[in-house]
Ligand binder design. Structure first.
Ligand code: ASP
Ligand code: MG
Length: 401
């Protein structure tokens, strides 16, 4: 089998930890698999380099920032190769360019355009452990580019796709994806499996484990990800294509987003084009609208509500005030949160939403807005109930069992 291992910043945070990674990689290689390792910079290194640049400039050129930031990953790759060689194992460190990673021109936030895996393949065929510096590639004129913060995960998934690897194991200091945030609900359980779509909806639960863009890419390339801890031998969570087994589970996890604000508009003129005008203007002002609900109208007016990120509520208010001739009254509430119940099982089961409503009602938690998709029910509730709502829902779907 060919397995891609990816080690994040904390897993290679100091020399001892790089040594520990070398032992893990050696063990995997000795077990008979071909191993390609993708590494992050040592933790804190990318931030430190960014600060160095700030010493000279408030607005350093992005091309040079990429030259600078990409060095962190090269350091780790080379040290890991040296540590493995010292154990008597053949290893070779590569930059993104040497590994064949071609990107577009957007310095500091480049997209991978293609990977030519021939150089990596040649070394794998020669029996070597290939160690690739994550987070980087080159553009068409040969300048180094980086892939955006957390981008080593993206490198790993893209490389796994290009090499048609059997799995991409992403190592961090967390041993997998949990049914909810264990700091809110200590009874949260580590999941064995989760589908790509569920993982994308539960992004906040995976935030410390893997970058969301890399999950999207894994879905596109059908790369099986296994999220594991580099500090234990625990099993980890598999993130892969949906299976029937996954659909048998009603709900996979509960996520909460506190960074939400609610806008309520009452007595909005009920005429064609008003929603178009409101939401076009919001988008012109770069306000990201999430949930939208509109009621059936009575007496020529309607009520309209939507949510925006808390940080954009001021902007949203500015936009809404420019419409005051068409809106009876408006109300802005920053102290709300969005609790989401996610599971592919919802596609084939009924009553999932009703269970959530009943459970919250029993706790006297008022639901201010509701939106649903094929695999998700999201509820806006007062922020002061965030933790209670998460625990209540976690319990209602027996996620601790
Ligand atoms: N070193 C980069 C960062 O800190 C990339 C990564 O670790 O994934 O964002
Ligand atoms: Mg990371």
């Amino acid at each position: 089998m060919l397995i891609v291992h990816k080690y994040g910043g904390t897993s290679v945070g100091d020399l001892e930890r790089i040594g520990n990674v070398a032992s893990r990689v050696a063990k995997a290689k000795e077990a008979g698999d071909d191993i390609v390792v993708v590494v992050s910079a040592m933790s804190g290194e990318t931030n430190k380099l960014t600060e160095f640049a700030k010493h000279f400039s408030e607005n350093p050129s992005k091309r040079e920032m990429d030259m600078l930031l990409s060095s962190g990953e090269r350091v780790t790759a080379a040290l890991l190769a040296i540590a493995l060689q010292e154990k008597g194992l053949p290893a070779i460190a590569m930059t993104g360019r040497q590994a064949g990673i071609l990107t577009d021109d957007s310095h500091t936030y480049a997209r991978i355009e293609s990977i030519d895996p021939s150089a990596m393949k040649k070394e794998i065929d020669a029996g070597k452990i290939v160690i690739v510096s994550g987070f980087q590639g080159i553009n068409s004129d040969g300048s180094v580019t980086t892939l955006g913060r957390g981008g080593s995960d993206l490198s790993a998934v893209a490389i796994a796709g290009a090499l048609k690897a059997d799995a991409c194991e992403i190592y961090s200091d967390v041993d997998g994806i949990y049914t909810t945030d264990p700091r809110i609900e200590p009874k949260a359980k580590k999941m064995d499996f989760i589908s790509y779509d569920e993982m994308l909806e539960l992004a906040s639960l995976g935030a410390k484990v893997l970058q969301n863009r890399s999950v999207e890419l894994a879905k596109k390339l059908n790369v099986k990800i296994i999220a594991k801890s580099s500090f234990s031998d625990a099993e980890g969570t598999v993130i892969a294509e949906e299976t029937e087994e996954m659909e048998a589970v009603l709900v996979s996890g509960i996520a909460v987003d506190r960074n939400q604000a609610r806008v309520s508009l009452r007595e909005v003129s009920d005429k064609p084009g008003i929603a178009a005008e409101i939401f076009s203007k919001l988008s012109e002002e770069n306000v990201n609208v999430d949930m939208i609900i509109q009621n059936a109208s009575t007496d020529g007016t309607t009520n309209l509500g939507f949510t925006v990120p808390s940080s954009e509520i001021k902007n949203a208010r500015g936009v809404m005030e420019s419409f005051d001739h068409d809106i009876g009254s408006m109300d802005f509430d920053d102290s709300v949160c969005k609790v989401s119940v996610v599971g592919v099982g919802m596609k084939s089961h009924t009553g999932v939403a009703a269970t959530a409503f009943c459970a919250l009602a029993k706790e006297n938690i008022n639901i201010e807005m509701i939106s649903t998709s094929e695999i998700k029910v999201s509820l806006i509730v007062s922020e002061k109930y965030a933790e209670l709502a998460v625990r209540t829902l976690h319990d209602a779907y027996n996620l601790d069992k």
